[in-house]
Ligand binder design. Structure first.
Ligand SMILES: *Cc1c(COP(=O)(O)O)cnc(C)c1O
Length: 222
């Protein structure tokens, strides 16, 4: 069994254990910092949904792949600087990291000018960690409302990265609550170490890197 099919089998069991329908979670293969050959191998196995952290790295990697493979579904899961909004809109089908008013305004201006929008998720700093991006949980409802009503942005869901050093369950639960009370469908949570738990708590998008591609080589930052 390949690593990818092994992960897919684990997703199926996690869905079954949670009494959730097959296919109700999307697997993002997180290809950041991975060597090109590893990504090409997963593309060859037919996988088409990928997550990247940085706009420039993603552009360098995925523009050539898009000439070779059709139907690539690319997601930005890392912080987005306002000056990279145009490049991000050129490249990504979904952006998971809308987290501040200034960025929402910039996205709205650019989307209005283009007449097309990617799917957008609001990132929530569920652990209220000083070093992490994401909107504060207590401000999430108002921010989602502002994104929709003031900026007319197509917010389809919420995303979070729980603190690394704590059990993720309360954070997964908190994010799912925010999604439900704001009436958004997509819940982006769960990584290599905890995606099965995230599925039990209602994740609809999981972001799995090292479990698919192998450990990242930190010296290989593009
Ligand atoms: C790198 C990254 C992942 C994947 O992490 P793994 O532990 O390798 O699965 C998921 N989400 C975000 C936001 C990341 O930056």
């Amino acid at each position: 069994m390949s690593t990818l099919t092994d992960i897919e089998a684990r997703i199926s069991s996690a869905l079954e254990n949670a009494n959730r329908p097959r296919g109700s979670v999307k697997l993002l293969a997180v290809s950041k910092v991975q060597p090109r050959e590893r990504v090409a191998a997963v593309l060859e196995q037919g996988h088409r949904i990928y997550g990247e952290n940085r706009v420039q790295e993603a552009k360098t990697r995925w523009e050539p792949f898009r000439n070779e493979y059709t139907d690539i579904d690319l997601h930005l899961i890392g912080p987005l600087q306002s000056n990279k909004v145009k490049a991000a809109l050129d490249l990504f089908d979904t952006i998971h990291t809308v987290d501040r008013e200034r960025l929402a305004r910039k996205l709205a201006d650019e989307i209005q000018a283009r007449g097309v929008a990617p799917n957008l998720l609001v990132q929530v700093n569920v652990g209220e960690e000083a070093q992490k991006t994401g909107i504060d949980p207590s401000k999430a409802d108002a921010f989602i409302a502002a994104c929709r009503d003031e900026y007319d942005l197509p917010i389809v869901g919420v995303m979070a990265i729980p603190p690394f050093d704590q059990p993720p369950e309360p954070y997964f639960e908190a994010l799912a609550d925010i999604a439900h009370r704001n009436g958004v469908d997509e819940i982006s949570m769960g990584m290599s170490a905890d995606f099965e738990t995230a599925i039990a708590y209602g994740a609809t998008m999981i972001r799995v890197g090292s479990a698919i591609f192998g450990a990242r080589d930190p010296s290989a930052v593009v």
